[in-house]
Design a binder for this molecule. Structure first.
Ligand SMILES: Nc1ncnc2c1ncn2[C@@H]1O[C@H](COP(=O)(O)OP(=O)(O)OP(=O)(O)O)[C@@H](O)[C@H]1O
Length: 310
């Protein structure tokens, strides 16, 4: 039995997780580990099982099989003290529509006060939190009158009011305008860098994943098919970089695995004639699409795909 608070223990440790809804097998053997202080992003196509995985880790859904340990406990059996250490940003806060954000956050914050420790005083101060999520101006308006993006900011505030050690964010920026998105990214960095909060998030915004995540997991076909930083994943997809150049009026494009060797040859052969040169590295979007495609084409003939990454 792992000691819950040893800094060396993984915050999330999942082995052989399986989940079926009736005959629909959504997760067929997920293994994943998240260490203290990491920001990990779970990517995957629609219906891959990201929300299902997160809900199981949150203790909101019982898995069909496998071992799940979150902060050293089985989420389905963990008590209030465990829950106070975990923050969850749900899709949208619907209760208490006639309350104000300030009242709601104050009320929810009181729930966490008994779980305050000298190392981690709980809850956050409500005024500070309202300011941090950009809701000060709307703090005393009824929740029912907030815009979609303002409600989403409130969702985030509700998720972190208890100063969680582990925070789950399921598509946190869906519906955010660019400013709200940037503010949110700053908040995630702040929680991670200053508070040491461990964060597991899902998103379909690959630029967001690249910006926020220390590590990216790709869930496809019921398993984790890729695990690494954006750069590490990129290196596993061959032919990813593209060199574009011009000789006089003629333009050329060539994909390559080894940009330096290719450009060196280019200079040796055409150095004097080159009028333009550009190296375009594949984005996380290119990598992600290539990996999911590789998985899907392989899956038609081979159900097990560990070789995609390892
Ligand atoms: N409560 C449920 N009952 C039955 N099937 C469900 C339930 N919740 C999810 N599913 C099914 O499980 C699969 C995975 O759904 P899930 O919401 O976990 O995927 P996701 O990766 O989060 O998708 P998205 O990117 O679209 O949000 C889907 O086929 C979905 O229809």
């Amino acid at each position: 039995m792992p000691r819950p608070d040893s800094p060396d223990d993984p915050v999330v440790d999942v082995r052989g997780l399986r989940m079926a809804y009736g005959t629909n097998e959504v997760l067929t053997g997920v293994d994943l580990t998240v260490s203290a202080g990491e920001v990990v992003c779970l990517l995957g196509p629609n219906g891959a099982g990201k929300t299902t995985t997160i809900e199981i880790l949150e203790g909101f859904r019982a898995p069909s099989a496998g071992t799940v340990r979150v902060l050293g406990k089985d989420p389905m059996r963990a008590g209030d003290a465990w829950r106070a250490r975990v923050g969850v940003v749900l899709q949208s806060w619907r209760d208490h529509a006639r309350w104000t954000p300030r009242r709601l956050l104050t009320q929810l914050g009181d729930y966490y006060a008994p779980y305050s420790t000298p190392e981690r005083p709980r809850p956050y101060e409500v005024g500070w939190l309202l300011d941090t999520v950009g809701l000060t101006e709307h703090a005393d308006r009824k929740i029912v009158g907030l815009s979609g993006g303002q409600r989403r900011r409130l969702d985030v505030a509700v998720g972190i009011i208890g100063r969680p050690e582990l925070l789950f964010l399921d598509e946190p920026t869906a519906g955010f305008d660019p400013q709200a998105r940037r503010d949110f990214h700053d908040l995630v960095h702040r929680l991670s860098d200053l508070e040491g909060t461990t964060i597991l998030l899902t998103t379909h915004d690959l630029a967001e994943a690249e910006k926020l995540a220390d590590r990216i997991l790709i869930l496809a076909g019921g398993r984790i098919v890729a695990d690494g930083s954006a750069d590490e994943l990129g290196r596993q997809v061959a032919g990813r970089s593209e060199v574009r150049w011009a000789c006089g009026a003629e333009r050329f494009v060539h994909p390559t695995d080894d940009v330096v060797a290719f450009v060196r040859r280019l200079f040796e052969q055409h150095g004097g004639e080159l009028t333009d040169l550009e190296v375009r590295r594949a984005s996380l979007e290119d990598t992600y699409l290539a990996m999911v495609q590789r998985f899907e084409s392989g899956a038609r003939t081979r159900p097990v795909l560990e070789e995609v990454v390892r």
